[in-house]
Design a protein around this ligand. Structure first.
Ligand code: SAM
Length: 325
């Protein structure tokens, strides 16, 4: 497979993320989601001289695409050559493993921009885009085993209903799950077009007229989340991040839908809460200390100008927390 040199991805909330992470010369920074490298390039400029940036992506083609265009940016290329920029293929849930491999014990800032990039959506072979015909794949890591087609084939109607409702927030989950089962009895559902048409055919017309998105959007989102175990990996990543942040270091996460934003919000709230002893206890017995301070009481969202320039930024939310001493 030939990897394009260019990226189609426009970084979201770039200035806001850079400013809030308070990155400076000599810092060590993790970009847990390289994608098109938009944020990464800004991190590289922010840590020179003397700093280090470690970037990872679970999708090997994102790394290859970035390597192919590294010479476009001489400062970044210099960092790559002297190994102060490290590009690693890995899942952010294994952040600790990646950092150990690099001999890094603590970092000053960690950043994650969740989900998928425009490069992935626009590559029909990946099966993320519901409006382009392609295999029903949806794996971010092409070395992982389960594709969306396999998930559709192996799940019961109850499992499908649960997946579509829980991860897609789709009110028509039951109707869609039953239609999938009926369709797969006739022939395997192997392409994005097949799945999209199954959903279009059963979606109530009156409801459809009121929708601002395609009726298959939420089902596609749900399948992608489950195929890639996105929520499980996100929870592990957040735990790992707190472990490896230096006191005073910051963690910034950009989310794109309510399920993942809830996970980040609750994690920050939980770790920013100190003693949980019942009211009236004269002294603390639980010993719980707040390990994070929330920097963004409300998430930062893109300006109207940004969403006009880049409609994919529409649902983005940036949350930042700082590790307590
Ligand atoms: C929204 S894009 C990042 C865009 C990037 N910040 C930029 O400005 O170009 C998300 C990237 O995260 C990667 N990704 C998603 N889940 C991941 C995981 N669990 N571990 C590592 N990378 C992941 C995807 O493969 C994708 O390339």
């Amino acid at each position: 497979m030939k990897i394009m040199k260019e990226t189609r991805h426009i970084p979201v909330l770039l200035n806001e993320a850079i400013a809030m992470l308070a990155i400076g010369s000599g810092n060590t920074v993790v970009d847990a989601t390289l994608g098109g490298g938009g944020h990464l390039i800004a991190f590289c400029h922010g840590v020179v001289p003397g700093g280090k940036v470690i970037a990872l992506d679970v999708d090997a083609s994102a790394l290859e695409r970035f390597r192919n265009r590294i010479s476009d940016n001489p400062d970044v290329q210099t960092m790559f050559e002297d190994e102060s920029l490290v590009l690693a293929h890995g899942n952010y849930s294994d952040l600790g493993g990646v950092l150990k491999q690099q001999g890094v014990a603590f970092v000053d800032a960690i950043f994650a921009d969740l989900g998928f990039s425009s490069d992935q959506i626009e590559d029909r072979e990946r099966g993320f885009g519901l409006l382009q015909d392609g295999p029903l794949d949806m794996r971010l890591d092409r070395e992982s085993e389960m594709t969306a087609a396999m998930l559709l084939h192996s799940s019961s109607v109850d499992e499908l209903r649960h997946i579509i409702r829980e991860y897609g927030d789709e009110e028509e989950a039951s109707r869609i799950a039953r239609a999938i089962i009926r369709a797969r009895e006739e022939r395997p559902i192997e392409t994005t077009t097949m799945l999209r048409e199954i959903i279009e055919n059963v979606y109530p017309a009156a409801k459809r007229r009121k929708l601002k998105i395609h009726p298959a959007t939420k089902t596609f989102q749900a399948l992608r989340i489950v195929v890639n175990k996105e929520h499980e990996h996100l929870k592990m990543f957040l735990e790992e991040s707190v472990r490896y942040l230096r006191p005073g270091g910051r963690l910034a996460v950009i989310t794109f839908h309510s399920g993942e934003d809830r996970i980040v919000k609750h994690f920050f709230q939980e770790l920013s809460r100190g003693c949980v002893c019942p009211l009236g206890f004269p002294v603390c017995r639980c010993g719980k200390k707040a390990s994070l301070k929330i920097i963004t009481k409300k998430p930062i969202i893109p300006s109207v100008d940004e969403t006009n320039r880049n409609p994919r930024a529409r649902s983005a939310k940036l949350r930042i927390a700082q590790k307590n001493p």
